[in-house]
Design a protein around this ligand. Structure first.
Ligand code: HEC
Ligand code: HEC
Ligand code: HEC
Ligand code: HEC
Ligand code: HEC
Ligand code: HEC
Ligand code: HEC
Length: 364
C-alpha cells in the first residue's frame, strides 16, 4: 500500500508541475528582438516613407505586458503559423493584433462608444485600442493624474475648452475630474495626492519613501495615528508637519477619477452635467476616498480617508499648510459655486438663497 501512495504522489506531482508551469512559448522575445531590437531597423513604404520596426527591449520589459509575461507572439499570434522557423525573416504581412483576445470586456465596452461608432462610419482619426494605449509600452495607468490622462488620451484629439459652455471654472474641472468620469458614467472615487503648492507639481511617492525609508504601506500606516485604518482630518493635517520636517512643502490635491474598469471605454456624448452629482456630500464619487502615493512603476499605494474630512474638498484644493485657511477657501469657494449655479440656472440659485425665507414661511 505504501509503495502505491508514493506512486500516486509522484503522478500528482508531475501533473501539478505541468498545471502550474507557464505555457511554453515556442518563440522567445529575444528571437524577435535579434532583429527588431535594432534601433535602425526601418521598412520603406511604397510611397518612399520609412516606418520604424524597432521595439525598445527595456521599455517593452517595463510595460504592463512585459511585466505580466506577455511575449511578442502572444500578441503577434500568427507568426508561428507563418512558419517562422523555416522562413526568416518571417513572411509579411503579419495579421493585425487583436487586443480582444485577452481584453474582451474592454473591447465590448469600447464597441458601444462614440469612438467605435465613428470608426464604423469610416470617420478618420477615431481612436482604437492601440491609438490610446501605446501598444508596445502600455503603462500602468493608476499613477497618472487627471491632467496626464487628459493629455495622453483625450486632448490629443479634442479641445475640451471649446465645448462645455455650461460648465463654470472649466480649467479647474478638467484638472480635477477625469473626462471619462462624466463621459462614461462609470463608478468613480476621490483620490488625494501630494502636491507642492509653490511649484504646482505633484510629489512622486518614491521621493517620500526615499526620505523616510521603509515601504509604501508602512509609511501610510505611520500616518494613521489612532490605528483605525483610516485617516481623519487631524491626521491629514499632521501629514504636512511630518513631511515639512524633511523639507517637503505639501498640500493635498483632490481628484475625482473614474474607477479603472472596462466601463471607462463606453464614452458617450450624453454625459453628466448636473452639478450636485459631485458638489454634494451625497455624491457617489465621495463614497470612496483615498490618500494616494504614486509608485515609479505606475501603480499606486493608497489608504482610506474618512469622508467627513472632505467637507471642504468640493470647494478647495485642500491646502494643509494652515487649517484656518481651509475655512476661508471654503467660504470663497462656496460663493464661487453659488455664482456658478447662478450661471447654470438663476432659478436654482434663487431657490437656494431663499431657502431660509421659505423655511420660515413653512413652504419647504
Ligand atoms: C531575421 C530578422 C527578423 C526576425 C528574427 C523577426 N523579424 Fe519581424 N520583421 C523583419 C523584417 C525584415 C520585417 C519587414 C518586412 C517587410 O515588410 O518588408 C519585419 C516586420 C515585422 C512586423 C511588421 C509586419 C507588417 O506587416 O508590417 C511585425 C509585427 C514583426 N516583424 C514581428 C516580429 C515578431 C513578433 C518576431 C518574433 C517572432 C519577429 N518579427 C522576428 C525581420 C525580422
Ligand atoms: C500587447 C500586444 C503586443 C505585444 C506584446 C507586442 N506587440 Fe508588436 N505590435 C502590437 C500592435 C497593436 C502593433 C500595431 C500593428 C497592429 O495593429 O498589428 C504592433 C506592431 C509591431 C511592429 C510593426 C512596427 C510598429 O511598431 O508598429 C513590430 C516590428 C512589432 N510589433 C514587433 C514586436 C516585438 C518584437 C514584440 C516583442 C518584443 C512585440 N511586437 C510585442 C502589439 C503588440
Ligand atoms: C479613447 C482612448 C481609449 C481607447 C480607444 C481605449 N482605451 Fe483603454 N483606457 C483608456 C482610459 C482613459 C483608461 C482608464 C485609465 C484610468 O483611469 O485608470 C483605460 C483603461 C484600460 C484598461 C485598464 C482598466 C481595465 O479595464 O482593467 C485596459 C485593460 C484597457 N484600457 C484596454 C483597452 C482595450 C483592449 C481597448 C480597445 C478595445 C482600449 N483600451 C481602448 C482609454 C482608452
Ligand atoms: C495575450 C494576452 C494579451 C493581449 C493580446 C493584450 N493584453 Fe493587455 N494585458 C494583458 C495582461 C495579462 C495584463 C495585465 C493584467 C492585470 O494587471 O490585471 C494586461 C493589461 C493591460 C492594460 C492595463 C493597464 C493598467 O493600468 O492596468 C492595458 C491598458 C492593456 N493591457 C492594453 C492592451 C492593448 C491596447 C492591447 C492590444 C494592442 C492588449 N492589451 C493586448 C494581456 C494581454
Ligand atoms: C485619436 C483621436 C481621439 C482620441 C484620442 C479621443 N477621441 Fe473622442 N472622438 C474622436 C473622433 C474622430 C470622434 C468622432 C467625431 C464625429 O463623430 O464627428 C470622437 C467623438 C467623441 C465624442 C462625441 C462627440 C460628438 O460630437 O459626437 C466625445 C464625447 C468624445 N469623443 C470624448 C473623448 C474622450 C473623453 C476621450 C479620452 C478618453 C477621447 N474622446 C479621445 C477622436 C478621438
Ligand atoms: C463635468 C462633466 C464633464 C467633464 C469633466 C467633461 N465633460 Fe465633455 N461633456 C459633458 C457634457 C454634459 C457634454 C454634452 C453637452 C455639451 O455639449 O457641452 C459634453 C460634451 C463633450 C464633447 C462633445 C461636444 C459636442 O458638442 O459634440 C466632447 C468632445 C467632450 N465633451 C470631450 C471632453 C473631454 C476631452 C473632457 C476631458 C478634458 C471632458 N469632455 C470632460 C460633460 C463633461
Ligand atoms: C463630475 C463631478 C463634478 C461636476 C458634475 C461638477 N463639478 Fe464643480 N468641481 C468638481 C471638482 C472635483 C472640483 C475641484 C475641487 C477642488 O479640488 O478644488 C470642482 C470645482 C468647482 C468650482 C471651483 C472651486 C474652486 O475652488 O476653484 C466651482 C465654482 C464649481 N466646481 C462649480 C460647479 C458647477 C456650477 C457645476 C455644474 C454646472 C459643477 N461644478 C459640476 C467636480 C464636479
Amino acid at each position: 500500500m505504501k509503495g502505491r501512495s508514493w506512486l500516486w504522489a509522484c503522478i500528482m506531482g508531475v501533473v501539478l508541475l505541468f498545471a502550474l508551469s507557464p505555457p511554453l512559448r515556442a518563440i522567445e522575445n529575444s528571437a524577435c528582438l535579434d532583429c527588431h531590437g535594432d534601433p535602425d531597423m526601418v521598412k520603406e513604404l511604397p510611397n518612399g516613407k520609412a516606418v520604424s520596426l524597432y521595439v525598445n527591449p527595456d521599455r517593452f520589459k517595463a510595460s504592463v505586458h512585459g511585466r505580466n509575461g506577455i511575449g511578442c507572439t502572444d500578441c503577434h499570434s500568427d507568426i508561428e503559423k507563418l512558419n517562422y522557423e523555416k522562413e526568416v525573416p518571417h513572411p509579411v504581412p503579419v495579421a493585425p493584433v487583436n487586443c480582444a483576445d485577452c481584453h474582451d470586456e474592454e473591447s465590448a465596452a469600447y464597441e458601444e462608444s462614440v469612438h467605435a461608432k465613428a470608426k464604423a462610419k469610416g470617420i478618420k482619426g477615431a481612436p482604437t485600442c492601440a491609438t490610446c494605449h501605446q501598444y508596445h509600452y502600455t503603462p500602468y495607468l493608476a499613477a497618472y493624474t487627471v491632467k496626464e490622462k487628459r493629455d495622453l488620451f483625450c486632448s490629443k484629439c479634442h479641445d475640451p475648452m471649446s465645448h462645455h459652455k455650461w460648465l463654470t471654472q472649466k480649467e479647474t474641472h478638467f484638472a480635477h475630474v477625469d473626462c471619462s468620469l462624466c463621459h462614461a458614467k462609470t463608478k468613480g472615487m476621490t483620490n488625494l495626492r501630494l502636491y507642492n503648492p509653490l511649484t504646482m507639481k505633484f510629489i512622486p511617492g518614491g521621493r517620500i519613501i526615499k526620505a523616510f525609508g521603509g515601504s509604501y504601506d508602512s509609511f501610510l500606516k505611520s500616518l494613521d495615528a489612532n490605528k483605525n485604518h483610516q485617516l481623519e482630518n487631524e491626521e491629514l493635517k499632521a501629514v504636512s508637519d511630518k513631511l515639512g520636517k524633511k523639507g517637503f512643502r505639501v498640500a493635498l490635491y483632490g481628484e475625482m477619477v473614474a474607477e479603472s474598469t472596462p466601463e471607462v471605454h463606453k464614452i458617450t456624448k450624453n454625459a453628466i452635467r448636473k452639478c450636485d452629482t459631485c458638489h454634494s456630500p451625497k455624491s457617489p464619487y465621495l463614497r470612496s476616498v483615498s490618500f494616494v502615493l504614486t509608485k515609479p512603476d505606475g501603480e499606486i499605494s493608497s489608504y482610506k480617508v474618512e469622508k467627513a474630512s472632505l467637507s471642504s474638498f468640493t470647494t478647495s484644493k485642500f491646502y494643509l499648510l494652515s487649517a484656518t485657511k481651509v475655512k476661508w477657501v471654503d467660504i470663497i469657494g462656496f460663493i464661487l459655486i453659488l455664482a456658478g449655479l447662478c450661471f447654470a440656472g438663476g432659478h436654482f440659485f434663487i431657490r437656494i438663497v431663499t431657502i431660509p425665507i421659505r423655511r420660515k414661511r413653512g413652504d419647504k
